[in-house]
Design a protein around this ligand. Structure first.
Ligand code: UD1
Length: 419
């Protein structure tokens, strides 16, 4: 298993380009199951989750090709299977996105239940009840979701709480359902808007994306949009912004969609960062100390749970005590215990972490537990005294393109060790 060896102390300086958003491309790849003809996607990041989704689509019979860096084609004309096996789904929860499109295309689908993950149970009940409301009959058997349907129909769906995955999944499926679907309490993340943009380019009739209520008038065949460009990854942009600030450096982050990371930038400024904005570039620097923060993660446009671990790493050396309340995944704090091993003073109680700033972190062998936790440990390693060895970085490879290469180009001393 690959590891990262980091020698702390470098101030990051230079320019970095943000890659395409993993969480935007995955639902769009799944939605291509509903589209007639070849779909060409641009700005697709080379991250493991994209390769896993490609492998899944190929297993279903689709032609999926990576023509060159960033450019992929998908042709789902001839599907040969309606089963998403455990071996793939266990690697990536987003595999659930193929359930609705397969039902729509083939009248049946069998998708392994994703199961829990490193930050607590992550149920799929909203996905299942939404598809049932659209007319599917669903049974959970032997660890699989077995679904069939004669005809999907438009319905009103109101989620108990906001779910990015269920909103995306039911939004794409509703384009195929006969009649109107109303999704109430919909997620408003930029990746949902991107999916709606893609579907609309394919001819879908969708209104209200980016608000709490999405209306889909379904039943029209979707045709290829030709090319579609994946939006920049707001979490990757945020991660480099935090890295620049906490190392006391100065980094120009290109292809950052400012509107999508407004909350994150606001919090960085509150912590003392200087952030200059121009066009699609932000420049983040730090001339002084890191001020403590109180953060509560919540659905977009609130502070993203996917930036929580990176901010925690930063706040370990803040000038005072910070509080982080996790409003999406109450036990997403495994990274806190690894940060403690590097000398951080963090107390976790229920859904809240209290972080007392210390003078400095010290390098240590640590273990990554999920994608964003891995990024947080890398950031901590960048400012720690001495060497940090991070194990299980396959989590990081799921969602950050060329992470160590980009950091090295900014002056970080980080090496991938293969054993
Ligand atoms: C997506 C993102 C992930 C991010 C998360 C929250 C992708 C591929 N992943 O995950 O990076 O951390 O949004 O912003 O886009 N829930 C239910 N029942 C369901 C579905 C969700 O109770 O059927 C709950 C979850 O347990 C969680 C909350 O709803 O507490 C939000 O989860 P959700 O937005 O669905 O997360 P994902 O789509 O899995």
């Amino acid at each position: 298993m690959d590891k990262f060896l980091i020698k702390g102390g470098a101030r990051l300086k230079g320019e970095v380009r943000v890659s395409g958003a993993k969480n935007a491309v995955l639902p769009i790849m799944a939605a291509s199951l509903l589209v007639e003809g070849e779909v060409r996607l641009l700005n697709v990041p080379d991250v493991m989750d994209v390769f896993t989704m490609a492998e899944l689509l190929r297993l279903l019979g689709a032609k999926v090709e990576r023509l060159e860096k960033g450019v992929w084609t998908l042709d789902t004309s001839d599907l040969t299977s309606s089963t998403a096996p455990y071996e793939i789904v266990r690697k990536m929860r987003a595999s659930i996105y193929v359930l609705g499109p397969l039902l729509a295309r083939m009248g049946k689908a069998s998708v392994s239940l994703p199961g829990g993950c490193a930050f607590g149970p992550r149920p799929v009940d909203f996905h299942i009840s939404g598809l049932e409301a659209m007319g599917a009959s669903i049974k959970l058997e032997h660890g699989y979701i077995n679904a069939k349907v004669k005809k999907l129909k438009g319905v009103e769906i109101a989620f108990d709480r906001k779910s990015v995955g269920a909103t995306a999944h039911l939004l794409m499926t509703a384009t195929f359902a006969e009649g109107e679907t109303l999704i109430a309490n919909a997620a408003k993340e930029p990746e949902i808007v991107a999916l709606a943009d893609f579907l609309k380019l394919c001819g879908a009739d969708i209104e209200g994306e980016g608000t709490d209520e999405i209306i889909v008038r379904g039943g029209k065949a979707l045709r290829s949009p030709g090319e579609y460009r994946i939006i920049p990854d707001r979490i990757e942009a945020g991660t480099y912004a935090v890295a620049a600030f906490m190392t006391g450096g100065e980094v120009r982050i290109r292809e950052a969609c400012l509107d999508h990371i407004r909350t994150v930038i606001d919090r960085l400024r509150q912590a003392g960062a200087t952030v200059e904005e121009e066009d699609r570039t932000i420049t983040v620097s730090n001339g002084g100390k890191i001020l403590p923060l109180t953060i509560h993660t919540s659905p977009y446009p609130g502070f993203p749970t996917d930036m929580q671990a990176q901010f925690m790493a930063m706040l370990t050396v803040a000038d005072g005590t910070s509080i982080i309340k996790e409003g999406i995944y109450p036990d997403r704090f495994r990274h806190a215990f690894e940060l403690q091993r590097m000398g951080a003073d963090i107390k976790v109680e229920g859904d809240t972490a209290v972080i007392k700033g210390v003078k400095h972190l010290t390098g240590a062998p640590v273990m990554a537990s999920d994608l964003r936790a891995s990024a947080a440990l890398v950031l901590a390693g960048l400012i720690a005294r001495g060497e940090t060895l991070i194990d299980r970085i396959y989590h990081l490879d799921r969602g950050y393109e060329d992470f160590e290469k980009k950091l090295s180009s900014l002056g970080a001393d980080i090496r991938r060790i293969q054993d």
